[in-house]
Design a protein around this ligand. Structure first.
Ligand SMILES: [Zn+2]
Length: 367
């Protein structure tokens, strides 16, 4: 007997793709914003259940495009298990192309999923916003049904595609082996995905930035379900070749999970960088003074300590600072993506950078 999954008004049917709405944010002018729900179920087994979510940041379109690209009728013919997809987690952000829906007043929607109870603190728990309440209701459905989750984003204005690996926190010493096994499972899932892997900010910074309340952070740390964030190309545009690579990578995750038959397919047309050691993300380097920046590197470029990554000039084009305006990296690593803008203020970062990271990704939760 195949289980029927109900998410909002969508009810899964074996061998079919069904569509529905999950009521999200009631609007003062009537009606509501809803999350669109797509459920694709194979003919045979109903599990595993893979959740795919996209576009929580309204100007990040590749996830939406990937879900549209992936969930075609021919996928269902060979599917074993169920895909539950939410093409946009921010319909208002999608309409305006903005990172935050206008009724969140600039707050990051991807920090509003239910967090670890003890580290939530006084985070406006008394009167959560309508968006936060909608995410909490959706998260109940993720927690109840998901075996895996992939949340799709775009990075900077121009980037290589890559996947973030989050730290996992444990409370009691006896939970540490469970957390370790979960992190191992995430590692296997990332290997199947086949994109460049970058560790998230670790430990206290991860919690301070409320990343444990991102879609994948909450799924991993609150629901204890393997979950990753995938960053595709730059924002505000659809990066077609990256969408195809992401769809291939997700099909490979499905093969690894036993949801599709056959061997892994090649993930083509994108750089995949493995320096032989783990890396984490940082915003680096930063400019020491107000300036105009000319980037000397591009996403995917490898950088050795001492290499110039940008040249800093004044508005007339004359170099500023010592060393003919060269801004050099102190670290080996590679360029993840470029940030928008050419005119920077003191301490503004020049790019997203990946550096060596040997930290443990299984950590005790802070008190
Ligand atoms: Zn994003």
């Amino acid at each position: 007997m195949t289980a029927c999954f109900e998410i909002g008004t969508a009810r899964s049917r074996p061998g079919d793709i069904v569509y529905g709405v999950f009521e999200a944010v009631p609007l003062p002018t009537g009606g509501s914003d809803f999350f669109p729900v797509i459920i694709a179920q194979g003919q045979g087994a109903d599990r595993p259940v893979l959740w795919l979510t996209g576009n929580i940041h309204g100007g990040e379109y590749d996830g939406l495009a990937t879900i549209h690209h992936l969930l075609a009728p021919d996928l269902v013919e060979t599917l074993s298990g169920t895909i539950i997809a939410i093409p946009t987690l921010s319909p208002a952000g999608l309409r305006t192309g903005q990172r935050s829906p206008y009724y969140l007043y600039g707050k990051d929607p991807n920090r509003l999923f239910p967090g670890l109870p003890a580290v939530n603190g006084s985070h406006e728990m008394q009167h959560p916003s309508a968006v936060e309440m909608a995410y909490a209701r959706l998260f109940e459905r993720i927690d109840a049904t998901a075996d895996y989750l992939i949340d799709l984003h775009n990075y900077g204005v121009k980037s290589i595609p890559f996947a973030f690996r989050d730290p996992i926190f444990y409370r009691e010493p006896r939970d540490k082996p469970v957390a370790r096994r979960l992190q191992q499972r995430v590692g296997d899932m990332l290997a199947a995905l086949g994109l460049t892997v970058v560790n998230e900010y670790v430990s206290s910074e991860y919690l301070r930035k409320h990343l444990h309340r991102s879609v994948s952070g909450a799924t991993l740390n609150t629901a204890r379900i393997p979950a990753v964030t995938v960053e595709l190309g730059g924002q505000q545009v659809v990066n077609v070749e990256y969408v195809q690579a992401a769809a291939a990578g997700i099909r490979n995750v499905m093969r690894w999970a036993g949801m599709l038959p056959g061997p892994a397919e090649p993930v083509q047309g994108v750089p995949v960088i493995d320096l032989g050691y783990p890396v984490r993300r940082m915003l680096y380097p930063r400019v020491p003074q107000a300036c105009i920046v000319h980037h000397l590197v591009q996403p995917g470029d490898r950088v050795a300590a001492g290499d110039a990554v940008a040249r800093l000039v004044d508005v007339y084009g004359r170099p500023v600072g010592a060393d003919d305006g060269m801004l050099r990296s102190e670290y080996d690593g590679f360029v993840l993506g470029l940030h928008p803008g050419m005119a920077l203020y003191p301490n503004d970062p020049v790019m997203g950078f990946a550096v060596r990271d040997d930290s443990d990704l299984v950590l005790p939760a802070p008190d």
